[in-house]
Design a protein around this ligand. Structure first.
Ligand code: UD1
Ligand code: UDP
Length: 373
């Protein structure tokens, strides 16, 4: 039989990180022809990951524009992907998670009557405007998918409640763990000397990231002001903030935290140093999805700068806490973790509800089962 043509479609940094191990597993399988198509909804942040994992896309739609709107991303991706799918005629496309690239990819494949496999399927916050537009992107992608690769049992349950047949769902673990295990090392040294010079043993290093659309404006202002107050009041606290390339995030970050002592505003880090920085930090403050999955397996407490999460597993286990986006709440919970060792130790447990690092292989095996090869 001819090889099974599987085309992976993604466009942003987190999708690339979480799809990289899947692409490697597809490439290793002699029954499969792996094709990679990026929309490049992100440019520099995507390219960092492609180069780390040595992935050269077969197709690159290069759609990113500064300050792009959701409608612009979706239409540019949809039109570009239609052309590529017509040309490649894959047996199946794989999309990941919840971005506008994900939804456009699934829709473009559906229009060409091509099967869709959804990696990281079934996460739900049950609030259509938070995370926005990711919750809706995930739900719509589920409707368009033929096979759903769910990281956890809870994710499967969400899909079953929406009427998706059990035989179309496979619980795989999250591929982020596959990626993380490849890059984190105890003796890791940063290329950026500023990061090597930080005293991770004696200082309490807070790693901060924030980029969510629903946090732009006032919520982000609250977050950055709370962080500023925490640093100014605690001489042993240092903050590292790799600032997302979104100009709206950058303006606020540099405006509020730009000249604050012991706050290091740096460019987005490549995945390898970033993952190792999680491992060396004391505490993580973030509105990111992926970081909520990575930090618990490295035993680092996470305060989630959001009002909900579609990742309840680590919250239940006690290593992740939802603190919302009000200044007082962020200030107060972070201060407790800085001063109260008992409270900190209770949260700093290495738990990993997201898998054993073999998710990518399970995905590939189940794609082959689907086609009975
Ligand atoms: C997107 C995803 C979000 C995901 C996030 C990961 C959607 C709607 N949003 O949000 O789900 O969590 O990526 O970071 O799909 N930019 C650059 N270079 C880059 C990347 C971004 O300059 O490499 C700037 C551009 O000005 C761009 C802006 O950031 O217009 C926002 O990018 P966009 O993809 O629209 O939104 P994100 O907030 O990154
Ligand atoms: N990340 C990175 N460099 C950074 C910040 C984050 O490589 O400077 C990684 C992080 O380890 C995680 C992913 O990017 O795997 C999360 O991306 P992001 O927060 O942009 O998106 P989300 O997960 O919220 O969709």
């Amino acid at each position: 039989m001819n090889k099974l043509k599987i085309m992976s479609v993604f466009g942003t940094r987190p999708e690339a990180i979480k799809m990289a191990p899947v692409i490697k597993a597809l490439e290793e399988d002699e029954k499969i022809q792996s094709i990679v198509c990026v929309t490049a909804q992100h440019r520099e942040m995507l390219d960092q990951v492609l180069s780390l994992f040595e992935i050269t896309p077969d197709y690159d739609l290069n759609i990113m524009k500064a300050g792009q709107s959701l409608g612009e991303i979706t239409t540019r991706a949809l039109i570009g992907l239609e052309e590529v799918i017509k040309k490649v005629k894959p047996h199946m496309i794989l999309v990941h998670g919840d971005t506008s690239t994900t939804f456009a990819g699934a829709l473009a494949a559906f229009y060409q009557q091509v099967n869709v496999g959804h990696v990281e399927a079934g996460l739900r916050s049950h609030n259509m405007y938070s995370p926005y537009p990711e919750e809706m992107n995930r739900s719509l992608t589920a409707r368009l998918s033929n096979i759903h690769f769910s990281p956890t049992k809870g994710n499967e349950e969400n899909l079953l409640k929406e009427g998706i047949e059990k035989e179309k769902i496979v619980i795989t673990g999250n591929t982020v763990i596959d990626a993380l295990l490849q890059v984190v090392r105890k003796d890791y040294k940063f290329e950026d000397e500023r990061l090597n010079q930080i005293d991770y043993e004696n200082k309490k290093v807070i790693l901060l990231t924030s980029h969510r659309r629903e946090n732009l404006g006032k919520p982000m202002e609250n977050i950055f002001t709370a962080v500023k107050e925490i640093v100014l009041e605690n001489e042993d606290v240092e903050v590292v903030f790799p600032v997302h390339l979104n100009p709206k995030v950058r303006d606020l970050a540099y405006g509020i935290l730009g000249n604050v002592e012991r706050v290091h505003l740096i460019e987005p880090l490549e995945y390898e140093p970033f993952a190792n920085l999680i491992g060396k930090s004391y505490l993580i403050l973030t509105d990111s999805g992926g970081i909520q999955e990575e930090a618990p397996s490295l035993g680092k407490p996470v305060l989630v700068l959001r009002t909900e999460t579609e990742r309840p597993e680590a919250v239940k286990a006690g290593t992740v806490k939802m603190v919302g986006v009000e200044k007082e709440a962020i200030y107060s919970v972070a201060s407790t973790l800085i001063h109260d060792k008992k409270c900190y130790d209770k949260m700093a447990n290495a738990i990993n509800p997201y898998g054993d690092g073999q998710a990518s292989y399970r995905i590939v095996e189940n794609i082959k089962n689907y086609y009975k090869i």
